[in-house]
Design a protein around this ligand. Structure first.
Ligand SMILES: C[S@@+](CC[C@H](N)C(=O)[O-])C[C@H]1O[C@@H](n2cnc3c(N)ncnc32)[C@H](O)[C@@H]1O
Length: 319
C-alpha cells in the first residue's frame, strides 16, 4: 500500500507558476480508498467543498496553517535549528575561508512551510550577519504566514512564494527539513541535479531517518502533541515514506557535488536520531568542512565508506 500524505493530495500547485490548481474532493477520497486508507479518506471527506465538488481553498489553507503550526513543536523538540547550525556553521566557515571576497552568503530553505527554521536562525543570529536567509514554498498560504510571522517579529529573513529553483538570486547553500520524503525515490535525482547545476556551493537536507522504530515514534509524537486528525495522519505516514540512507546517497551523487551523509543509520543511536541530513559540497570544500567540523567529521560519511564498511567497522570508527 503506498503511504500517501493527505496534505500532498489536497494542495496542488503548478510547480512553475505556483498557481493553485482545483482539487476535487471525491477524486482524493477515491484515491485514498483505492489504497485501502479509509481513515485518510474520511478525513478528506469531512473537508468543505463547493457545489462543483472542488475543495474550498480557504478551508484547506486554514487547515494547512493550523497543522503546520502544531508541527512547529516537532522542530522545537528536535532542536532542528541547533542541528542545522552544527553543520552549516562549519560549512559556511569553509566557504568564507576559501574565497577572497565571499560577499553575502545566501541560505535558501526549499519548501520552508511556515519558516520556523529560518525564523529561528534569524532570531538567534546563529549563522552570522553576512548570511541572508530566504525561504521559498510553492504553497502560498504557508509562505504567506511565514512572512507575516517574520514581519511581526521584525526578523531579518524573507519568504517568497514560488519554486525555490526559480529565484532570481542564486543560493550559496540550499537547505530543507522534512521535504525529501514528499518526493518519490525516482524524483530525488532531479531535485539534487537542480542544485548541482546551480551556482550553489552546497546543500544540506534533513529528513526522517529510516528505522523500524521510526513509524512508532512518529505515531506516538503526533498522537501526543497534535490535535488535528490530518496532522496526526500525515505525521505517521511521513515516517513510513522516508527514504533510506542508501537511496539518498545514491540520488545525491550528482556531477560537481561530493555527496555525504551525517550520522547515517550505521553510526547513529536510533533512539536519538530522528532526522539526519544528506549533504552535498563542491569537492574543494570537503577538506575545509572536515577541518572545521573537527572530531565530528568522523560522522560524515561518503559513498565509498558507506558502501565498503559494514555496521561494525563504521561504529568502530567513531568510538
Ligand atoms: C512538508 S512541507 C515542508 C515543511 C517545512 N519545511 C517544515 O519543516 O515545517 C513540504 C513543502 O515543500 C514545498 N516544496 C516542494 N518542492 C518545492 C520547491 N521546488 N520550491 C518550493 N517549495 C517546494 C511544498 O509546497 C510543501 O509546502
Amino acid at each position: 500500500m503506498p503511504h500517501l500524505e493527505i496534505s500532498d493530495l489536497i494542495t496542488v500547485t503548478d510547480p512553475h507558476s505556483g498557481a493553485r490548481l482545483p482539487v476535487h474532493r471525491a477524486e482524493v477520497v477515491e484515491q485514498l480508498n483505492a489504497c485501502g486508507n479509509r481513515r485518510a479518506a474520511r478525513i478528506v471527506a469531512a473537508l468543505p467543498a463547493g457545489p462543483d465538488g472542488v475543495l474550498d481553498p480557504l478551508a484547506v489553507d486554514r487547515t494547512m496553517i493550523s497543522v503546520h503550526t502544531e508541527l512547529q513543536r516537532l522542530s522545537q523538540e528536535l532542536r532542528i535549528g541547533d542541528r542545522l547550525v552544527h553543520l552549516l556553521a562549519p560549512l559556511l566557515a569553509a566557504v568564507r575561508a576559501g574565497a577572497a571576497d565571499p560577499g553575502p552568503l545566501r541560505v535558501v530553505d526549499i519548501g520552508c512551510g511556515l519558516g520556523y527554521l529560518l525564523r529561528w536562525l534569524a532570531a538567534t543570529g546563529a549563522l552570522g550577519p553576512d548570511v541572508e536567509l530566504v525561504g521559498a514554498d510553492l504553497d502560498a498560504a504557508l509562505v504567506g504566514e511565514a512572512d507575516r510571522l517574520a514581519r511581526a517579529e521584525r526578523l531579518a529573513c524573507r519568504f517568497v512564494h514560488g519554486n525555490a529553483f526559480d529565484l532570481p538570486e542564486a543560493a550559496t547553500v540550499y537547505i530543507s527539513t522534512g521535504v525529501l520524503h514528499h518526493f518519490p525515490a525516482d524524483a530525488l535525482a532531479d531535485f539534487f541535479h537542480a542544485q548541482a547545476a546551480s551556482p550553489a556551493l552546497a546543500f544540506c537536507h534533513y529528513d526522517i531517518a529510516v528505522h523500524r522504530l521510526a513509524p512508532i515514534g512518529a505515531w506516538v509524537f503526533h498522537r501526543a502533541r497534535m490535535r488535528h486528525p490530518l496532522g496526526r495522519h500525515d505525521g505517521a505516514a511521513s515516517a513510513r515514506r522516508a527514504h533510506g540512507d542508501a537511496t539518498l546517497l545514491r540520488a545525491a551523487t550528482v556531477p560537481g557535488m561530493r555527496p555525504l551523509l551525517y550520522e547515517p543509520r550505521t553510526l547513529a543511536n536510533p533512539f536519538c536520531t530522528t532526522l539526519r541530513p544528506v549533504i552535498g559540497v563542491r569537492p574543494h570544500l570537503e577538506a575545509p568542512l572536515r577541518q572545521a567540523l573537527g572530531r565530528a567529521s568522523r560522522r560524515l560519511v561518503g559513498p565509498e565508506q558507506f558502501a565498503a564498511t559494514g555496521r561494525d567497522r563504521l561504529a568502530g570508527a567513531v568510538r
